[in-house]
Design a protein around this ligand. Structure first.
Ligand SMILES: [Zn+2]
Length: 346
């Protein structure tokens, strides 16, 4: 079968359209004929860190995917050949103390499709049977593939970690990124005020169309100061920061006393300067978050179904053009999800 595989640690030249062996499934696994797959920052991380992740090239990347069930293992009864499915990309052991407590994303052996085993950027991929969910009605294949990783990440951050409440103000950094955009969509569907930052006026305009109440270009404006003026000097209740880097201390400076910051990524740098004085004096809470557990995944799916929320698609590439899709992700110019269409996508 054809696949987009990482041929070795390195740059864009290592992202190759190649022939690889079609996966064979175990008794509790499902084989999916891919219709669409979506990129995440994780895929760049895998490409850059193939050696330390101990992955053997050619390694098929890709966490998110959707398609038609082609084959099911002997012990699988809930899923049938021909079902239209998307996947929960989180992999866990099922037996450690965290899995037993229903906190799969804290699993001692936690992994993600395309990172700890071959991924979705191929004509076929396999997953454990309980990672499979029906595609919500009215979703295209591209939307089904684009939804899972960023929406479950956004859901856990907002609902379980920050525990957002009616009347609160949320600041979202780096709008345009998949997680930030999902966060904005959930916040607006719930009906809270959302402020967003970007260095791109174009992305800020697109965020307005998604309902952002105020937009701030952080290259030309001091966003913490802007937040103070937008909130009568009070500050926001929650900052969702998937960026890190230089903006981190400004994130802290944007919070109301007792405010919460949630972090799920560090695309601008993992070791920012912080401000402990501000954290203890203003009694701030900082939450780390990674993807979500199975209950959160199901809640997120039910939420998007009921509210009619669909992921924003930036651009769709044929599988054969996977290297160009990686290049677009690396450029960081996207607004929403970069998607690969596999086969004719029908
Ligand atoms: Zn576990």
């Amino acid at each position: 079968m054809k696949a987009i595989a990482i041929a070795g640690q390195g740059g864009m030249e290592k992202v190759q359209y190649v022939e690889v062996e079609r996966p064979t499934i175990g008794p509790r696994e499902v084989l999916i004929e891919t219709r669409a797959a979506a990129l995440n920052h994780l895929d760049l991380f895998v490409r850059n860190n193939l050696d330390s992740l101990k992955l053997t090239p050619p390694h098929v990347a890709g966490a998110d995917g959707a398609g038609v069930v082609a084959e099911v293992g002997g012990e699988v009864s809930q899923v049938k050949v021909g079902d239209r499915v998307l996947i929960n990309p989180a992999l866990n052991c099922g037996v450690c103390e965290f899995c037993q407590a229903g906190e799969q994303s804290l699993c001692a052996r936690f992994g993600i499709m395309g990172e700890s085993r071959p991924g979705t950027f191929a004509e076929y991929f396999k997953v454990p049977h309980d990672n499979v969910h029906p595609v919500p009605e009215g979703f295209s294949w591209e939307e089904a593939a684009a939804l899972p990783l960023v929406f479950v990440t956004a859901w856990r951050m907002l609902i379980s970690k920050a525990a957002i409440k009616p009347g609160e103000d949320i600041l979202i950094l780096g709008i345009g990124g998949g997680v930030a955009t999902a966060v904005l969509q959930i916040v607006k569907a719930i009906g809270l005020r959302a402020f967003v930052t970007s260095s791109s006026d174009d992305k800020l305009q697109q965020a307005k169309k998604l309902g952002a109440d105020a937009v701030i270009n952080y290259k030309t404006q001091d966003f913490a100061r802007e937040i103070r003026s937008l909130t009568n000097r009070r500050g926001v209740d929650v900052v969702v920061d998937s960026v890190g880097g230089d903006s981190y201390s400004q994130s802290l400076a944007s919070l109301v006393k007792g405010g919460r910051l949630v972090t799920c990524g560090a695309t601008a740098g993992p070791r920012p300067q912080t401000d402990l004085q501000r954290i203890f004096w203003n009694q701030l809470s900082v939450f780390g978050s990674t993807m979500g557990n199975r209950r959160e995944f199901a809640e997120m799916l039910s939420f998007v179904r009921k509210r009619g929320v669909k992921p924003v698609i930036d651009q769709v590439f044929p599988l054969a053009d996977g290297a160009n899709a990686f290049a677009r992700m690396e450029e960081g110019k996207q607004f929403g999800k970069i998607v690969l269409r596999v086969g004719d996508g029908a």
